[in-house]
Design a binder for this molecule. Structure first.
Ligand code: BGC
Length: 336
């Protein structure tokens, strides 16, 4: 049934093109023809129920609408099959360009071949495919951040504490790692580089536990509660791959009667408003700004370049927005 609807929609689009119609048709987009008329942009988000991606998608919508585009933002519900359908629907509706936050990085090949076959300029965001995968299509660009950098900054936040993370003075930093979705390169590289910053600085480390929390606040709370019950005072540092999990972990830390920056350190990534408050109040050691507004701005900028005819080749298909370390000293700069 869906296929039939998609076919009908495509047929309607083709008819409207042959009618020489240069005005926007219903919900359909318009190809870029230099007359400045703006079409519809399809935005696919991996799931709406993600704290960081909520700020990001709101920002994308605001920027695109501010520039006069029509915008359709859809929720993939963390289901790649559903997102594939949404991409196909956007294509059959004739969107002018797509901005896609893939559900699974492993689906990148399929997404890229779909948008390539349709010839739709596409910006991938937040979940970075490999350079090889992206090289398959020259009207494709990735906008995100250098995930390794955020991990390094988390490690540096710990190195900058009075005892470099070794609260109990036993010569090593004992930590637990609460990981995002391990399929995601942000989760992989933050996990690796946060610890690498310590070992590169000559600090001995001991991993007490590593658990996937899938970027989720409740999972962060559960994991930290379990680990605090199991390892108690041995835990000196809790690394969380994002702030939402760190906020969850903070609840567990407080319930366990521990005090951040006194008997335990806690770091996240994103600089969500809630985390900025906790850094300010001394309940988080620090976080790393994952600049949602900066990335949304750059994604739209790259989309417009693609619409203007820019093409990309292997090796220059990723555009990075810098991360920024957030500590009690500079947290005020990031608060509204
Ligand atoms: C953010 C996480 C978010 C994830 C979604 C990461 O870059 O730090 O908060 O859940 O992207 O893919």
């Amino acid at each position: 049934m869906k296929k039939i609807i998609a076919l009908l929609l495509s047929a309607l689009m083709v008819m409207s093109l042959f009618a020489g119609c240069s005005k926007k048709t219903g919900d359909g987009g318009k190809t870029s023809d230099g007359d400045g008329e703006k079409g519809t942009i399809g935005v696919c988000i991996y799931k709406f129920d993600d704290a960081f991606m909520t700020t990001y998608r709101n920002s994308l919508q605001e920027i695109l609408e501010g520039k006069g585009y029509k915008v359709s933002v859809v929720d993939g519900n963390n289901d790649q099959a559903k997102q594939n359908e949404q991409i196909n629907t956007f294509i059959s509706q004739g969107v002018q360009a797509l901005i896609i936050n893939p559900v699974m990085t492993s689906a990148a090949d399929q997404i890229i071949s779909t948008v390539k076959d349709a010839g739709i300029p596409t910006v991938l965001i937040n979940r970075e495919p490999t350079a090889d995968q992206m090289a398959a299509y020259d009207k494709l660009v990735y906008v995100g951040c250098d995930a390794a950098q955020s991990g390094t900054f988390q490690g540096e936040l710990i190195l900058d504490t009075a005892n470099k993370g070794d609260i109990n003075g036993d010569g090593k930093v004992s930590y637990i790692m609460i990981q995002g979705d391990p399929e995601n390169i942000d989760a992989q590289l933050r996990t690796e580089y946060s610890v690498k910053a310590l070992t590169d600085a000559g600090v001995e480390v001991e991993q007490l536990n590593l658990t996937r929390g899938d970027w989720d606040r409740n999972r962060g709370q559960e994991i930290a509660a379990n680990d605090l019950a199991q390892f108690g005072d041995q835990i000196e540092v809790i690394f969380c791959n994002n702030d939402d999990m760190a906020i969850g972990a903070l609840q567990a830390i407080q319930s366990a009667g521990r005090k951040v920056n006194e008997d335990i350190y806690l770091v996240g990534v994103d600089a969500l408003d809630a985390a900025l408050n906790e850094v300010k109040n001394g309940n988080m050691t620090g976080t790393v700004l994952n600049d949602a507004v900066g990335q949304a701005t750059e994604a739209v900028n790259q989309m417009e370049k693609l619409l203007g005819g820019t093409t990309y080749s292997e090796g220059n298909q990723s555009v990075y927005v810098p991360y920024v370390k957030v500590t009690p000293d500079n947290v005020g700069d990031f608060m509204n």
